[in-house]
Design a protein around this ligand. Structure first.
Ligand SMILES: [Mn+2]
Length: 327
């Protein structure tokens, strides 16, 4: 496996132009930590790169990470005067994802833990859907090449694993646990405490409070409606709803000016989140994801004007539920 990073390093050391690292457009703690960890590891080996990102960072803890871990990100505009020979390494995302802005430079590599995209073609690829966090893959690059991450970097990677695996309980693989253990020796527990104490803003809390009033439970399924909320908040509030006794599937939807964002989380393999999302957006929008977590979007122009979106989502979801055999 040490060959993996060696292979990437050999490739990137031949980059003809500037080297960029790109995550999905709304980077979460795992994406930020993995991109940053990779940048520092490459720097250690003499390769300079810049992490670029699109939108503003939505979640409070993601923003706090930049400050606490001294992480530098550059706006996409710095790539605008691109030379055709610049390269980009995708981290925590793959080509063709709807949440990835195309920079019109060569996507030379992808390091990710989501489902492998069918049209994947890169000069280097390390996509491991069985792993819980991209941060675990980057941590493995460090330890296998005998380079120890700095205290700040180890802590950031640790936090990335922590968040993406929901405290080592969701989609967690032996690699995540092993890397968590190794990183722990190098990490700063005070910083973890600090970032855990900065997870949401007061505005977020108000949104939660409003959202939780909308919760409706239908058997093992719960619905949650949020106003124009950001992705991180939708995910976090779904997790709280999932912790409700008897609820195995949470369907959260957020009404935005551009359309309806849907997020489904499941803790029951007989109720796959991706199957629900696919049915909810069928014929109207797009979506996909894992069994335990999936998301979709219906653009505003595709919303049926004569139907209540709340009723539509609930009706479609109940139809899927009724078609399942649940133990
Ligand atoms: Mn991730």
């Amino acid at each position: 496996m040490a060959a993996r990073f060696d292979e990437l390093f050999t490739l990137l050391s031949r980059a003809p132009g500037e080297l960029f690292i790109q995550t999905h457009d709304v980077p979460d703690p795992d994406a930020i930590a993995a991109a940053h960890g990779l940048r520092l590891l490459l720097k250690e080996k003499g390769i300079e790169s810049r992490i670029v990102y699109a939108q503003e960072i939505e979640k409070a803890d993601s923003r706090k990470m930049l400050e606490l871990f001294d992480i530098q990100l550059w706006p996409y505009s710095c790539v605008s005067d691109v030379e055709a020979e610049d390269w980009v390494v995708l981290v925590d995302v793959q080509k063709g994802n709807t949440n990835l802005r195309c920079l019109n430079i060569i996507e030379v590599a992808s390091i990710d833990h989501h489902e492998l995209k069918a049209d994947a073609s890169y000069r280097f690829i390390d996509v491991r859907p069985d792993v819980g966090a991209s941060s675990s893959i980057i941590a493995q690059y460090y330890f296998e090449s005998g380079i120890m991450p700095s205290r700040l970097c180890a802590t950031a990677l640790l936090y990335g694993i922590f968040v993406d695996t929901d405290n080592l309980t969701r989609a967690v693989s032996p690699l995540d646990v092993e890397m968590f253990y190794h990183l722990h020796a190098y990490s700063d527990p005070e910083l973890i405490k600090k970032i855990r104490g900065n997870q949401i803003t007061l505005d977020d809390l108000r949104l939660y409070a409003e959202a939780f009033r909308t919760v409706e439970v239908y058997g093992p399924m719960a619905f949650l409606k949020l106003d124009d909320a950001n992705d991180g908040l939708i995910g976090a509030s779904s997790d709280i709803v999932l912790s409700l006794e008897g609820v195995d599937l949470a369907i959260a939807y957020s009404l935005r000016p551009s359309g309806v964002k849907i997020s489904v989380r499941s803790i029951n393999a007989a109720m796959p989140a991706n199957a629900f999302v696919r049915s909810l957006v069928e014929g109207l929008g797009f979506g996909g994801g894992h069994n335990h977590m999936a998301g979709g979007f219906i653009p505003v122009e595709r919303l049926p004007s004569n139907k209540s979106i709340d009723t539509l989502i609930k009706y479609k979801a109940i139809r899927v539920l009724d078609g399942l055999t649940i133990a």
